[in-house]
Design a protein around this ligand. Structure first.
Ligand SMILES: C[S@@+](CC[C@H](N)C(=O)[O-])C[C@H]1O[C@@H](n2cnc3c(N)ncnc32)[C@H](O)[C@@H]1O
Length: 262
């Protein structure tokens, strides 16, 4: 990581999200921005935690379907229960490639994974599909099923960059039996107007623009996959371990789905 890559004075989505989750890899500008967002949308913290919990349940599910390889796009700063730990509770030999465009997230990943021969962290943009597949191919075997993960990241991709097409290209690079684990922020639901206000502030102040999408749009993105029950739901509602976890589902502010490639 080059020093000049790191701007600690502009709020950064990876570090703001880390702060929502109670992590320590954030700076004053991130905390100040996050606290302003929490004043508008106190659910942001609940939403981040619910999203991570969905991720854990979905990775465990995919592993239980026999998938041993994971491509975690926009993985973020490594935090509690990262993908390789969850997957290896099912398959101790599971392999994971973490991808993030932010130098700080990729660098934390490299540090955390040093010495691990079955997990790597790569700095790349998920839009650069060929580059990501090529780098991931140094560890993953794309002739075997791979779980492609895109959690809380596609809402940073504008329509002009074709998020549907990007997801379709990742799906095309994988064999039948592969899975997708995806979540996406929305302005639908009880907190919708306040979520939209937060997205507008991300666009104005942080280093990423927010693009909230409807359940219908999100479902259309998942066309390359056959959705696993219960289909597209709020993150809190996707196969909760305990029914209490699914209470107040709209506080999730994000839709979730798991798909299987036919
Ligand atoms: C809200 S965090 C989500 C982290 C993790 N996927 C999760 O759901 O817990 C979004 C992450 O996506 C990364 N990101 C944003 N745009 C990206 C892009 N175009 N390519 C790769 N990563 C990106 C950010 O740096 C950040 O770490």
């Amino acid at each position: 990581m080059n020093e000049q890559d790191i701007d600690t004075t502009t709020p950064n989505v990876a570090r703001v999200y880390d702060y929502y989750l109670g992590g320590g890899a954030n700076f004053e500008a991130d905390r100040e921005f996050a606290n302003k967002m929490l004043a508008i949308l106190p659910e942001a913290r609940i939403a981040a935690i619910a999203n991570r919990r969905f991720q854990g349940r979905a990775v465990r599910f995919a592993a239980q379907q026999g998938v041993r390889q994971f491509l975690d796009l926009g993985a973020g700063i490594p935090t509690a229960h990262p993908t390789h730990e969850v997957a290896r509770a099912v398959h101790p030999d599971a392999k994971v490639v973490y991808v993030d465009s932010e130098p700080i997230a990729a660098a934390h990943g490299v540090r955390k994974l040093s010495g691990d021969e079955r997990a790597i962290s790569v700095r790349a943009r998920l839009q650069d599909v060929d580059e990501v597949i090529e780098k991931a191919g140094e560890l993953l075997d794309f002739t075997e099923p791979v779980t492609v993960m895109a959690l809380a990241i596609l809402h940073f991709v504008p329509d002009e960059e074709d998020p549907d097409g990007i997801l379709a290209r990742y799906a095309a690079a994988t064999v039948p039996g592969s899975h997708a684990v995806v979540s996406h922020a929305t302005a639908e639901g009880a907190a919708g107007m306040r979520t939209a206000a937060v997205a507008a502030r991300y666009t104005a102040s942080a280093n990423r623009s927010g693009h909230l999408r409807s359940k219908e749009r999100f479902t259309a993105m998942l066309t390359p996959y056959e959705l696993v029950a219960p289909g597209v739901v709020w993150t809190k509602q996707w196969r909760p371990d305990d029914p209490v976890e699914a209470e107040d589902p709209e506080a999730s502010a994000m839709y979730a789905a798991v798909g299987r490639k036919r």
